[in-house]
Design a protein around this ligand. Sequence first.
Ligand code: HEM
Length: 139
Amino acid sequence: MTKVLLSLHVLAAIVAIGPVTVAASVFPSALRRGDRDAMRQLHRVCRVYALLGLAVPVFGLATAGSLGVLGDAWLIVSIALTAVAAAVLGLAVLPAQEAALAGGPSLPARLGMLAGVFNLLWTVVVVLMIVRPGSTTGA
Ligand code: HEM
């Protein structure tokens, strides 16, 4: 059962978070070009896949419960960083994209910076998931 949950967890991370990292990174260049069609599509990818990405913590928590590692420090740090990344996406990236689409004053540099912070957070979480510092289960 753990293997099924872990597979779903990793699959969700690849399929859902991958597209958001790419779309959020490409959005600023579409904004600089003033390509509204591309901006709309990229924003849509970010929004829809952000919702699909909710499956990542759901299956992650299920995997952790099944492994009995919910109290492990590496996992608690990962959960916190995942929450920070979700907040950056939901409270900063998506609203800034919406503001840009609405024609408000928008800063491609700020959007690029936010996308970079967002991508860096996922990178740290993935490394934590694989290295699991202090974990005594598995390799
Ligand atoms: C609430 C957030 C999360 C929880 C509770 C969680 C939980 C877990 C657990 C329990 C494992 C199994 C570790 C083991 O085999 O001992 C795991 C593995 C993994 N997680 Fe997460 N995770 C979370 C977020 C994420 C995110 C955001 C990503 C990617 C962006 C991610 C990517 C991975 C990967 C790639 C593995 C496989 C690592 C391996 O088996 O070597 N996880 N996660």
